[in-house]
Design a protein around this ligand. Structure first.
Ligand code: FBP
Ligand code: MG
Ligand code: MG
Length: 357
């Protein structure tokens, strides 16, 4: 084994560490300082989660079920629980009043005098842990309403102060917004700090890639089938171009591809029992991804309305989620809004007497 390379000096201002970036953004503003301290703690927890993920089976059977289920009825894995504990413990060192998590039944009060409420999906893509495919963490910050833990979180996503995700892939990356664009950080293994490597991420407005779990085709509603049929028909269909399909089953990994080279992600409602509102959670998954997406020039919808305009009616509420390149989101919304455009759609791979523009 060779010695590690010496650390290169930051070659540009955008090579700032996360903490320096946060200090620069917060300046002397006390509300921003609370957000900055909270995000710094999120960064530390995610660094620790990255270490556990990188150890794989050396850290124990991370992908094994603990035997317990979360509030959604999903089986919890060892890593779901460890990631949740690391985040909660780190956020107890920040001005965080309330902590809500996909893995916790109710909102936890951390600091009575805290000013921030945090919602997390500690480990996104749990089914991929055992197969060494990228997983992630998703987080979202709101202003805390004193004495109202649940009310601090059941509000439209537009009220988020900040949101982001961390992807634990071949490298660990953080994608963050504080409401003024989206910046990309990479965890530098040489000194264990996140460094800003790109400012102002922009989702390309057009694309020829889509992501959906196609095994559910027969359960989808007509507008979703119509959109996917158009993509599958390629140059011979109404879109007159070929599309590529990718489904990683870790939303964070699918999102990271979309933030990098465009595309659209769909987890729609379907007719399976329990999927009337899809699978993904509005508070922990859809709202933060939607804020990032809009800040990067893309769109996020449940088919009818922008995700950021919707408030969950309970902590673990689900929502159909479609996000990505603007042009695709507009097209899907059009199919949902005007059924006459898609009413003649026939099952996949059969003839259909339909023309769509
Ligand atoms: O197995 P399915 O139905 O394709 O669902 C995959 C989706 O479920 C999720 O794993 C849900 O997230 P969790 O792993 O946090 O429960 C997404 O990351 C992913 O897009
Ligand atoms: Mg998830
Ligand atoms: Mg999860």
């Amino acid at each position: 084994m060779t010695d590690q390379q010496p650390l290169a000096r930051p070659s540009a201002p955008w090579m700032l560490s996360l903490d320096a970036w946060l200090a620069d953004w917060a300046g002397t503003d006390s509300s921003r300082a609370a957000v900055a301290r909270t995000l710094s703690q999120v960064g530390q927890a995610c660094r620790d989660i990255a270490h556990v993920v990188a150890q794989g089976p050396l850290a124990g059977a991370l992908g094994d079920a603990t035997g317990a289920a979360n509030a959604d009825g999903d089986a919890q894995t060892t890593l779901d629980v460890r990631a949740n504990d690391l985040l909660r413990d780190a956020l107890a060192q920040a001005p965080v009043a309330y902590f809500a998590s996909e893995e916790e039944e109710t909102v936890q009060t951390l600091a009575e005098d805290g000013t921030i409420a945090v919602a997390v999906d500690p480990l996104d893509g749990s089914s991929n842990i055992r197969v060494d495919v990228s997983v992630g963490t998703i987080f979202s910050l709101y202003p805390a309403k004193p004495g109202d833990p649940t009310g601090s979180l059941l509000r439209p996503g537009r009220e988020q102060l900040a949101a982001g995700y961390v992807i634990y892939g071949p490298h660990t990356a953080l994608v963050l917004t504080v409401g003024a664009g989206v910046d990309l950080f990479v965890l530098d293994p040489r000194d264990d700090t996140f460094k800003c490597v790109k400012q102002g991420l922009a989702i390309p407005p057009t694309t020829s890639e889509f992501a959906i779990n196609a095994s559910n085709y027969r359960f989808w509603a007509t507008p979703v089938r119509a959109f996917v049929d158009d993509c599958l028909e390629g140059t011979e269909g109404p879109r007159q171009k070929n599309f590529n399909m990718r489904w990683i089953a870790s939303m964070v990994a699918d999102a990271h591809r979309i933030f990098t080279r465009g595309g659209v992600f769909l987890y729609p409602a379907d007719s399976r029992p329990g999927y009337a509102k899809g699978r993904l959670r509005l508070l922990y998954e859809a709202a933060p991804i939607a804020l990032l997406t809009e800040q990067a020039g893309g769109g996020a919808t449940d088919g009818m309305e922008p995700i950021l305009d919707l408030a969950p009616d309970h902590l673990h509420a689900r929502i159909p989620l479609i996000f990505g390149s603007r042009e695709k989101i507009d097209r899907i919304a059009k199919y949902h809004a005007d059924p006459s455009l898609v009413q003649d759609v026939s099952p996949l791979f059969r003839e259909r007497g339909l023309f769509r523009k």
